[in-house]
Design a protein around this ligand. Structure first.
Ligand code: UDX
Length: 442
């Protein structure tokens, strides 16, 4: 099938490449000429394991093309996916200008004898796909098809999805989507069809639920710190209930990224617009912001309220491992809070350091995880890159001015840190202190 993807971010580029990889002829459209040149050379503009290799293979097989020309992108398309960004506006609203701009372009640029299926894949508030319907010619049909890709795992998530969700209101759209996703569904990977508004809502409900799990476990972790419980034990005991499950209950400094923060705000806005305030989502959002402020304050309190003259090393700057994305990363707010109290911050991240320095210009960067700890007064861990968990603690101890770690992702256990001789703060667990050489409650 001739498929066009509009927008070459995580969603558009991964979707287009994976569809090309199973034999479709795919054209990716973007307005950014320099980006299109980079893509045409098989280079991904962001770090995503395996993507560049798959792009190169599909480009070499002449099944994956990149263009800035709307005419070229639309003239032969059987299917056009809208995958442009839906950023959060100044008032917390979901900015749909790019989505509607594409719909208008399609209406203007498509040949009158073509009747492609227009599929909205961008995450959009309920009712948006029907608004796109109003902006395109009658001869074209419309569908909604949200994505559930995790950055750093996007290709795997696309090729082996838990489910594919489609919103349709014509048999023709159902037939096209069934054919498109045939290589990826089956054996417990259902292809689900709903009405269009329900399909749009599934995306938000899913992300809101995942964000809620994170804020929930972080709230319980805060309670554990105050009443002497240990979140690891509580989590094990709680998650043994098969109605609760274990996934997505890792306590830490909370969620970041381009989706959970944006989508939680969008649900809150939908609630306001519908005069049905979404109290749970509002609490999830506020808790998430509080978690990063609380973690920064813990560092500040340890040093008596001022960080003047203190050098603080950061391990991990990306919002999660296996990505170079720092959008809304907790590390940004934490670094800024420490710098504001006078700290000198030096950071290391295997992939995200350059992007981070754009957000926090005062940070000094090191290109080695051990070098960054040299002569630092404390080490702060914000992203759980695997190499941090397997580091030489004795080497780190020798490099730091004092054996002091603030672990925002609970990468180590208390016994290990006691034996290694660290003062070790983590989330939802007793602090390991060296004075009594035993674990003490916060
Ligand atoms: C998320 C959704 O998982 C995906 O389905 C959707 O399409 C896009 O948004 P992503 O934002 O890439 O994907 O990353 P994810 O792995 O979900 O993690 C999001 C954030 O939650 C990260 O900052 C991560 O550190 C944090 N997190 C995740 C926790 O704090 N605890 C957890 O247990 C899991």
């Amino acid at each position: 099938m001739n498929i066009t993807l509009v927008g070459t971010g995580y969603v558009g580029l991964v979707t287009g490449t994976c569809f090309a990889n199973v034999g479709n002829d795919v054209t990716c459209l973007d307005v950014d000429i320099s980006k299109i040149e980079q893509l045409s050379n098989g280079e991904s503009p962001f770090y995503e394991p395996g993507l560049s290799e798959m792009m190169t293979k599909c480009i070499d097989d002449n099944r994956l093309h990149f263009t800035c020309s709307k005419k070229e992108a639309y003239e032969h398309a059987d299917v056009i996916f809208i995958c442009v960004g839906t950023p959060t506006g100044a008032k917390g609203e979901c900015d749909l200008s790019h989505v509607f701009g594409v719909a208008d372009d399609i209406a203007k640029s498509s040949a009158s004898d073509r009747s492609p299926l227009i599929i909205v894949k961008s995450t959009v508030p309920v009712g948006t796909t029907h608004k796109v319907r109003e902006r395109i010619p009658e001869r074209m049909s419309i569908a909604n098809n949200p994505e559930f890709l995790r950055e750093g795992n996007a290709i795997e998530d696309f090729r082996r999805p838990d489910r594919v969700v489609c919103g349709v209101d014509t048999e023709g759209a159902r037939t096209v989507l069934t054919k498109l996703y045939a290589p990826f569904v089956g054996e417990g990977r259902p292809l689900l069809f709903f009405d269009i508004p329900s399909s749009e809502m599934v995306k938000y409900a899913s992300n809101a639920m995942l964000a809620c799990k994170i804020s929930f476990i972080n709230e319980i972790a805060s309670l554990c710190e105050r009443n002497g419980a240990n979140i690891d034990a509580v989590r094990t005991g709680m998650c043994a209930d098969n109605r609760i499950g274990t996934a997505f209950f890792r306590p830490g400094i909370g969620y970041g990224g381009s989706c959970f923060p944006k989508d939680t705000l969008a649900v809150m806005e939908m609630g306001q617009d519908a005069n049905a305030p979404c109290l749970v989502n509002t609490a999830v959002h506020e808790l998430n912001l509080r978690q990063r402020a609380w973690f920064a304050q813990r560092v500040i309190d340890h040093f008596g309220g001022s960080l003047e003259g203190k050098r603080i090393a950061f391990w991990g700057l990306a919002f999660k491992p296996r990505t170079d994305d720092v959008r809304d990363a907790p590390s940004i707010d934490i670094a800024k809070a420490l710098i504001e109290r006078g700290a000198e911050v030096i950071g290391f991240d295997p992939e995200a350091a350059e992007n981070f320095s754009i957000e926090v210009s005062q940070i000094e960067l090191a290109d080695d995880m051990y070098a960054v700890t040299s002569q630092a007064d404390a080490l702060v861990i914000c992203t759980e890159w695997p190499e941090f968990g397997t580091c030489s603690l004795s080497k780190v101890k020798g490099l730091l001015n004092e054996p002091l770690i603030f672990d925002g992702r609970n990468m180590f256990d208390e016994d290990t840190m006691t034996k290694a001789g660290f003062t070790y703060y983590s989330v939802g667990r007793p602090t390991v202190t060296q004075s009594s050489n035993t674990t003490a409650n916060q």
